[in-house]
Design a protein around this ligand. Structure first.
Ligand code: NAP
Length: 494
């Protein structure tokens, strides 16, 4: 397969077109042109993929030892690393994310597989001492079974890796459904997995629009669903999981607070604020889209922020000098511009940006100006709803208590950041923020070892780190009576 071939899906170890022959084009958001042809899976393709995953799980994969699973994961990591420049280029072409970011993400993906490969042969249970000395008790950590993995378009390889690495380490088989807006690198990753030596049926990929996701999550032969996306779809997925009584993990959106206290090092905090919201053109779940600034430094922060934001270099996302590329698709572009219009109508003070980019050097592409609104209040839409674009809402606060109150005032709880020179304040505030991640004097910093996930309506389940394995494992308790004495059959034995 190369960049110009029509892509195929991977089901049961075979590269196939959809059974209906239907295809769709993936759009390059910078050139605004179709660039890759992707099959649309039918319900029967989805069923075939789940059945293949089930057969592979029951016949061989669940009995494959941890050392072999680790070996395959390490091989996959090596292949990802070897192909990182190409994968980064493909992902940037598919979703418009700047090449400097996608390149970093490929390296991070390889690191994730290596980290969890190290765990694949260490999934130890426990021997548990019981009150009754005649009983010998131990636990086994077994793979959960067949996992459906669904991800959004904003970071396909990284989001998939967060799920696929623990699934493979635990010994699950998978059916993956990438977003129709960015499927290419998932198919490329599946090709690398095949090259690494994964047996047929262990990794299956079905492509297509939301109908494919609906068919997959409604399948009654799954053991778990892990979903990354928006709240609306997350609810549908949770309902489908409830109907079949299947375990579900949801990684949803955020409206993350990034808090600058007056004692902060502003030379670090201001780039941290920019990284929080304009990295990946704001299309990250962890975007620090609410900047809370303590009143004594409010005007100074606004001034520096306005200048730095206006100087952000927009351009071809494949150019390593570009700092912000286009947003990923027309729908997202329209949504962001609607939020900007709403912020203006709600009375937020526009500091910079505020519309489509009007640079004549950018004749094509879904470019939105990096936008900062000041004096935002809690009742405005831009203060509470996820924009998923380069739009920052800046809000002043007075003192620690108010900062915590505002930080916790939305339905979300994914990430947060705080900037201060006071260690004790940092620790106090970190404890009070209801979010799965708190960054102190940094923002949008990731590590393969560090768990990630939501509080509140940002979802449940954890990805990355050792905690990520829990969703993909089941604990079996084994109890043996060594006494050979059956005892009273009509009374519970303890
Ligand atoms: P989305 O629409 O919810 O889509 C996510 C995935 O679900 C895609 O593969 C999508 O396919 C599929 N899907 C669509 N309809 C479905 C259905 N009825 N049943 C099952 N699956 C279905 O996601 P989005 O709104 O484009 O993505 C942005 C959101 O994802 C934001 O809220 C962002 O914060 C969140 N996100 C969260 C994390 C995290 O780790 N917490 C990371 C990244 C993004 P199609 O795209 O083909 O329709």
């Amino acid at each position: 397969m190369n960049d110009t071939d029509p892509y195929r899906m991977l089901i049961d170890g075979k590269w196939v077109d959809g059974s209906t022959g239907e295809r769709f084009d993936s759009l390059d958001p910078y050139r605004q042109k179709p660039w890759a042809s992707i099959p649309q899976a039918s319900d029967s393709d989805v069923d075939h993929a789940v059945r293949s995953a089930r057969a592979a799980f029951e016949t061989t994969w669940r009995k494959t030892n941890g050392g072999e699973r680790a070996r395959l994961m390490l091989r996959l990591a090596d292949l990802i690393e070897a192909e990182a420049p190409r994968l980064a280029r493909l992902e940037t072409t598919d979703n418009g994310k700047v090449i400097r970011e996608t390149t970093r993400q490929m390296g991070f993906a390889a690191r994730n597989y290596r980290f969890l490969a190290g765990q694949a042969d260490k999934l130890y249970g426990q021997t548990i001492p019981l009150d009754n000395a005649d009983l010998f008790d131990f636990t086994l950590h077994e793979p959960a079974g067949v996992a459906a993995l669904l991800v959004a378009w904003n970071s396909p390889i990284q989001l998939l890796t967060n799920k696929l690495a623990p699934a493979l380490a635990a010994g699950c088989t998978v059916v993956i459904k990438p977003s129709e807006h960015a499927s290419v690198t998932t198919l490329e990753l599946a090709r690398l997995a095949e090259e690494a030596g994964y047996p047929p049926g262990v990794i299956n990929v079905v492509t297509g629009d939301g109908r494919v996701g609906a068919a997959l999550t409604a399948h009654d032969d799954l053991d778990l669903i892990s979903f990354t996306g928006g709240q609306r779809t997350g609810r549908l997925v949770a309902r489908a999981a409830a109907d079949n009584l299947v375990a579900v993990a949801l990684e949803l959106g955020g409206k993350s607070p990034n808090i600058v206290f007056a004692d902060a090092d502003l030379d670090a905090a201001i780039p941290g604020a920019l990284a929080g919201i304009f990295g990946a053109a704001g299309q990250t779940c962890i975007a620090g889209s609410r900047l809370l600034v303590e009143r004594p430094v409010y005007e100074e922060v606004l001034q520096q922020l306005g200048e730095r934001t206006a100087a952000i270099r927009l351009g071809d996302p494949l150019d390593p000098d570009t700092e912000m590329g286009p947003v990923a698709n027309q729908l997202q572009y329209d949504t962001i511009l609607d939020y900007i219009a709403a912020a203006k109508a709600d009375g937020a003070r526009l500091l910079t940006g505020g519309g489509p980019a009007d640079d004549p050097d950018l004749p094509t592409g879904y470019f939105v100006q990096p936008t900062v609104f000041a004096d935002v209040t809690g009742d405005m839409k831009v203060a509470s709803e996820e924009v998923f674009g380069p739009v920052l809402a800046v809000m002043p606060f007075d003192g620690e208590e108010e900062a915590i109150r505002i930080a916790n005032s939305t339905q979300y709880g994914l990430a947060s950041g705080l900037w201060t020179r006071s260690l004790s304040r940092a620790m106090r505030v970190a404890r009070e923020i209801r979010a799965g991640t708190v960054w102190i004097n940094t923002y949008r910093t990731n590590a393969a070892q560090a768990p990630f996930g939501g509080y509140k309506k940002s979802g449940f389940g954890r990805e990355r780190g050792l905690d990520s394995l829990h969703d993909y494992l089941r604990v079996k308790n084994v109890m043996a009576d060594l006494s050979e004495d059956v005892g009273d059959p009509f009374a519970m034995r303890v």
